[in-house]
Design a binder for this molecule. Structure first.
Ligand code: HEC
Ligand code: HEC
Length: 262
């Protein structure tokens, strides 16, 4: 059992190292940190496919009560306290604050001419109506909410297959074990990791329809979103997955009990 876990962690580590090498090659020496150096990043012409280096992300400190006051419009789609009842609208309750904030920045800075952002309208418009402080507060608010159960998996026939892929990957096809980055219970970045793991999202408690759709977006759409170094990592993962793999993993994740402890 221990050996299997070790092998999995090693496989993931190799994947991270390969991704990091690819990223390092494209990264200018003065690469900036999200979010404190945001202004200086934007002042420079983009030299790479993505704008933000998430590997040195710092914790987001927001005022959850102030954030709640700004969420009237959000809960129309994302549900009360960020617990959505529509498969394509992601659950926000209990998600990591750094991940929520990073995604909101992505939408705010997005170029709506790109097919990916066309596909996820109206998020760019929602985010542009908010100040940077609003985004931090909103992220802190949703992160502090208790996630409700997801919608049921779209099928139960492929859950076992999804579980196997999530925990072990498939070395013969280059699929890394997802748990190495998203946690054994899909609670988000592995505990004890460096600061870059702050923005590795929780996947348990998320709707199967959304997970499968998001994986498809990472694989297709010319590699977009390519907003951050983290997007570059997930594009590399998604190209190893078939449509069937995506559905199986999504159904496995939706079968997990949401767990508010991170
Ligand atoms: C009209 C419906 C609608 C409204 C209103 C809306 N959203 Fe969204 N939101 C979506 C959809 C659809 C997506 C999925 C986008 C994708 O596939 O990446 C999304 C994605 C997100 C994500 C990314 C979550 C993840 O796990 O990747 C965040 C964060 C988010 N919305 C926050 C907000 C906030 C904050 C507000 C209010 C200011 C808001 N949304 C208003 C429909 C909406
Ligand atoms: C090397 C680390 C790594 C591995 C391995 C990995 N992921 Fe990810 N994943 C990430 C990071 C980092 C993000 C955040 C990307 C971003 O900001 O867009 C992410 C984001 C996601 C999201 C988007 C969640 C949301 O709410 O928007 C999904 C879905 C996902 N990963 C599924 C998977 C699956 C399924 C696997 C295994 C086949 C996997 N990941 C393997 C690092 C990883």
């Amino acid at each position: 059992m221990k050996t299997t876990l070790l092998t999995n962690m090693l496989a993931t580590l190799l994947f991270v190292t390969a991704s990091a090498t690819a990223i390092a090659e494209e990264t200018p020496a003065d690469a900036n940190v999200l979010p404190e150096h945001r202004a200086s990043i934007k002042a420079k012409p983009a030299k790479r496919g993505w704008d933000y280096d998430m590997r040195r992300i710092t914790p987001i400190h927001g005022d959850a009560a102030a954030g709640e006051a700004k969420t009237t419009i959000c809960v129309a789609c994302h549900g009360p306290k960020g617990n959505s009842t529509v498969g394509l609208f992601p659950q926000l309750a209990g998600q990591r604050a750094e991940y929520l904030y990073g995604r909101l920045l992505d939408f705010q800075d997005s170029d709506e001419a790109l097919p990916y952002y066309q596909a996820v309208l109206p998020m760019p418009q929602q985010a542009r109506e908010m100040s940077d402080t609003d985004l931090r507060n909103i992220a802190a608010y949703f992160a502090a909410q208790v996630p409700a159960p997801t919608l049921p998996p779209t099928s139960t026939a492929n859950i076992k297959q999804g579980e196997h892929l999530y925990l072990h990957g498939d070395p013969t096809r280059g699929i890394p074990p997802c748990q190495g980055c998203h946690g054994t219970y899909a609670e988000g970045g592995p505990t004890g990791g460096g600061s870059q793991y702050l923005a590795y999202p929780a996947l348990h408690g998320q709707h199967a329809v959304f997970i499968a759709d998001r994986l498809l977006h990472y694989r297709e759409m010319g590699g977009w979103p390519r907003f951050s170094s983290d997007d570059a990592i997930m594009h590399g993962v998604a190209v190893t997955l078939s449509d069937e793999d995506m559905k199986a993993i999504a159904n496995y994740l939706a079968s997990l009990e949401p767990n508010s402890s991170r």
